[in-house]
Design a protein around this ligand. Structure first.
Ligand SMILES: Cc1cc2nc3c(=O)[nH]c(=O)nc-3n(C[C@H](O)[C@H](O)[C@H](O)COP(=O)(O)OP(=O)(O)OC[C@H]3O[C@@H](n4cnc5c(N)ncnc54)[C@H](O)[C@@H]3O)c2cc1C
Length: 427
């Protein structure tokens, strides 16, 4: 099919955070947009699910104060009540009874250095070593290569196990032995090298679909766009003057397309377009890391002393109190990142880890979700494609495209906005 378009009309394939950010950016620029999402719920890997009649998420998420693009869009979509959507907390990593790091409200990176010097559970020698090392990492000019384990090898073992390696696993979802030192350094710089609020932790207070994808889609519709849920794009054809997408029900031509699917789903579409075959092969070579989230409902009176705690000695690294963040009293969420060797009884083990913090009594119900391909392995030298492809009418968006962050909400949203802006510049 060939088509000549008087006005651009763009198909965005994939209604995760990247696709929603791309579609919203285009619609706000006056472009006719159709957003296709294969599932019934928007949000992709950061979406709402219902379990035991409760609105939950397919994975407990946390945002950083440095996620500027994401936070800007959320604030724009929830103008009156952004604090009702996100709960901002100064960075604290607390792992009772062994460790506590709290960053005071001082200019960056002084807040980290003072936090490290005041940390509980470290000797003075360890505190000074950590502070010197963090300062050099944030301000150093020499290139950083290899794995995070290699990067941290000069640090005392206690600092590696209590601080740097848990930070690596939670930020990159990749074990330190294989995780990219460069991306880890970039995350530490983004969180601690800019403004002091960049290291804040932001806890969602509503489900993840309601936080951004649903209001973005509502705005898109207000602006005349179309959202097609439960509508998988199965075929992709690209000519010099149009891109044609096929779903189960119809085949439609658009002037351009943004492919905002996860990297594991890209090759199925990319290999249908000769110009994208090499891209499809490159992305098909990625490895993935799982993340498990366990929800445990205790007596509604159960409440942690803080909305989240770090947990020692695996399998879970964090426990969140959804009573405090979401008003779901007595409901705790355990998170195990880079969870490749998770045993079947991991939630029993996570509950045992919790005993160091609180004795909540018996669980009323427990559910867990294991996302086997939660994120790509963020390894040194991995090829991350640009948002432009070898076909001038097809663009990419997603957490795996080239950018400063590992697979996160911010990398997805930044990529969606950048993809849309690049498309607009080329019209
Ligand atoms: C359990 C878990 C915990 C996480 N925790 C954090 C965290 O705390 N902080 C953080 O910043 N990040 C976290 N992440 C990472 C974050 O969720 C992702 O980086 C981000 O959501 C990726 O968004 P995306 O839009 O690039 O991709 P996706 O979310 O994968 O979206 C792609 C969408 O495309 C759709 N799709 C695929 N193929 C087609 C097709 N052919 N037609 C139509 N639609 C299609 C899919 O259904 C999906 O909705 C976590 C991820 C997981 C899984």
């Amino acid at each position: 099919m060939t088509a000549v378009f008087n006005k651009p009309s763009v198909a965005v394939v994939g209604g995760g955070w990247a696709g929603c950010a791309a579609a919203l950016t285009l619609a706000e620029a006056g472009i006719a947009v159709t957003l296709f999402e294969a599932s019934r719920t928007l949000g992709g890997r950061a979406r709402a699910v219902e379990l035991e009649g409760q609105p939950l998420d397919n994975g407990q998420h946390i945002l950083l104060g440095a996620y500027e693009q994401t936070l800007q869009l959320i604030a724009r979509l929830h103008p009156a009540a952004v604090h009702e959507s996100l709960w901002r907390l100064p960075l604290t990593v607390e792992q009772p009874p062994d460790f506590k790091l709290a960053c005071p409200r001082l200019p960056a990176p002084l807040h980290l250095l003072v936090g490290l010097l005041g940390a509980r559970g470290l000797s003075w020698g360890e505190k000074l070593t950590a502070a010197r090392w963090a300062h050099a990492l944030i301000h150093g000019r020499e290139p950083v290569e290899g794995s995070v384990s290699r990067l941290t090898r000069s640090q005392p073992e206690k600092l590696r196990t209590l601080l740097w390696h848990p930070l690596c696993v939670s930020a990159l979802n990749t074990p330190p032995d294989i995780a990219s030192a460069r991306i880890f350094r970039d995350v530490i710089r983004a969180a601690f090298g800019g403004r002091n609020h960049h290291s804040d932790l932001l806890l969602p207070r509503r489900d993840l679909t309601a936080l951004f994808p649903a209001p973005a889609a509502a705005r898109l519709i207000e602006l005349g766009g179309t959202v097609r849920l439960a509508c998988r794009v199965a075929s992709l054809n690209a000519a010099a003057d149009a891109v044609t997408l096929g779903t189960r029900d119809e085949t439609t031509a658009y002037s351009h397309a943004i492919l905002a699917v996860a990297p594991q789903h890209l090759p199925a579409l990319a290999t249908q377009v000769p110009a994208l075959e090499a891209l499809g092969r490159e992305v098909a070579s990625y490895d993935y890391q799982p993340i498990a989230t366990g929800y445990v409902q205790y007596d509604p009176a159960v409440r942690l002393a803080k909305p989240l705690f770090a947990l020692a000695d695996g399998p879970a690294q964090f426990v969140f109190d959804r009573g405090q963040s979401h008003g779901q009293q007595g409901l705790l969420a355990f998170v195990a990142s880079a969870a490749a060797n998770l045993s079947a009884d991991w939630l029993d083990q996570a509950e045992a880890q919790l005993q160091r913090i609180v004795h909540p009594g018996p669980a009323r119900w427990r559910k867990h979700i294991v996302e086997k391909q939660a994120t790509y392995s963020c390894v040194p030298g991995m090829a991350r494609p640009a948002v432009c492809t070898a076909h001038p009418r097809i663009f990419l968006a997603g957490d795996y495209t080239a950018g400063p962050y590992p697979a996160t909400l911010e990398s997805a949203v930044q990529s969606g906005v950048q993809s849309a802006r690049t498309l607009l510049e080329r019209l």
